[in-house]
Ligand binder design. Structure first.
Ligand code: DNO
Length: 344
């Protein structure tokens, strides 16, 4: 296991030096943020990021994310050129020692929450999701985290219209087409593609979501068996679906999991949840048994603590402040060490 930490590049308010000070931190998970989706990431930009990481004594082996252009998800004729660009980005990243690329295939929106700063009784704040609130939102006029805010309302409207013709089956076919197009670049560079599950794992605003549960993965690996077709096992995203048995899935797919996002949440209704500190006792996900299932089934990938609360007065980027994620890393380090040693 290699412990990592997400870093939003030079604009991140958290300096690399602080990240390096967290015990056992091997590297950062980062991205080139100023290249428009669909264009090739230039070597100079990757080289700059890499040299900043080198100077801080941190590795840059994981990229999160290289975003997938909507035309690829929609299966439009322009996709072949865009897939070729994506493959070129993979090859460029390979030149700088990148080993794993996290991406997602969620139409239009990435992760969604209805409140980014919910106040807890202890004074900390956390992210949460209330399904009823989500249903009351107007998809055409949204300002939510985690997705491309650069769309004009007209573009967004147009996209939502285009997706009306895309079923779950079609979206899955488009994912398979995309993966088949980039696997040669992965085989050549040794880079693993790690698909992030849909967050939360159900359809949003009438848009199909296809990476939500165990069957999604069975179907995915049957369609694209290449060993570079892997998973980002995000406990919080999958765990929001009460139908998912996470220790079982962690055990079953351990060999395909190249990257794990480990975080905790507390159920507040059938589809409602609030995020919590990482430890098992802090929520409803059995973090201990998830780590145990990973470890005892040969998982040997990258791990990062995921969304943290804002604590100790920090006003960090929602989910991505320093303190609670550092506490999460410390907890996960201890858990991995104990379980790994017990297993020997
Ligand atoms: C949220 C993140 C996601 C993730 C992308 C991967 O905190 O886990 O935004 O980076 O879905 O493509």
């Amino acid at each position: 296991m290699k412990m990592t930490f997400r870093w939003y590049g030079e604009k991140d308010s958290i300096p690399l030096e602080y990240i390096k000070q967290i015990p056992n931190m091997s590297g950062v998970v980062t991205a080139v943020y100023d290249t428009p989706v669909g264009e090739v990431w230039e070597e100079e930009k990757i080289a700059r990021l890499k040299s900043l990481c080198d100077k801080a004594g941190l590795e840059m082996e994981v990229i999160e994310s290289v975003p997938v252009h909507e035309d690829i998800k929609l299966g439009k004729p322009s996709r072949d050129k865009l897939i070729a660009n994506y493959a070129k980005t993979i090859r460029n990243l390979g030149k700088f020692g990148v080993k794993c690329i996290c991406y997602n295939f969620m139409p239009v929106f990435d992760w969604l929450r209805t409140d980014l700063k919910r106040k807890n009784a202890d004074g900390s704040t956390c992210l949460c999701y209330k399904h009823e609130t989500l249903l009351s939102l107007d998809a055409k006029n949204l300002h939510l985290p985690g997705w491309d805010e650069s769309y004009t309302p007209e573009q967004l409207n147009g996209l939502l219209e285009e997706y009306k013709a895309v079923s779950h089956g079609q979206l899955f076919e488009n994912l398979v087409y995309f993966l088949n197009g980039i696997m040669p670049a992965c085989d050549e560079t040794g880079i693993n593609m790690a698909i992030h599950p849909d967050d939360p794992p159900w359809d949003m605003f009438g848009l199909p979501r296809i990476i939500t549960c165990e069957e999604s993965y069975d179907r995915l690996f049957a369609a694209v068996p290449d060993r570079h077709n892997g998973i980002t096992f995000c406990t919080g995203s999958l765990g929001a679906g009460r139908f998912n048995d996470l220790p079982k899935m962690a055990a079953k797919y351990a060999g395909r999991i190249c990257f794990a996002h480990i975080r905790q949440l507390k159920y507040e209704g059938e589809k409602d949840f609030a995020e919590a500190g990482h430890l098992t006792k802090a929520g409803d996900l059995d973090i201990y048994n998830i780590v145990k299932a990973l470890t005892s089934n040969g998982f040997d990938g990258y791990v990062r603590p995921d969304h943290g609360r804002n604590i100790w007065g920090e006003d960090g980027k929602p989910g991505y402040g320093l303190y609670d994620r550092a506490l999460g890393a410390a907890y996960l380090n201890g858990l991995f060490e104990a379980i790994e040693k017990d297993g020997k």
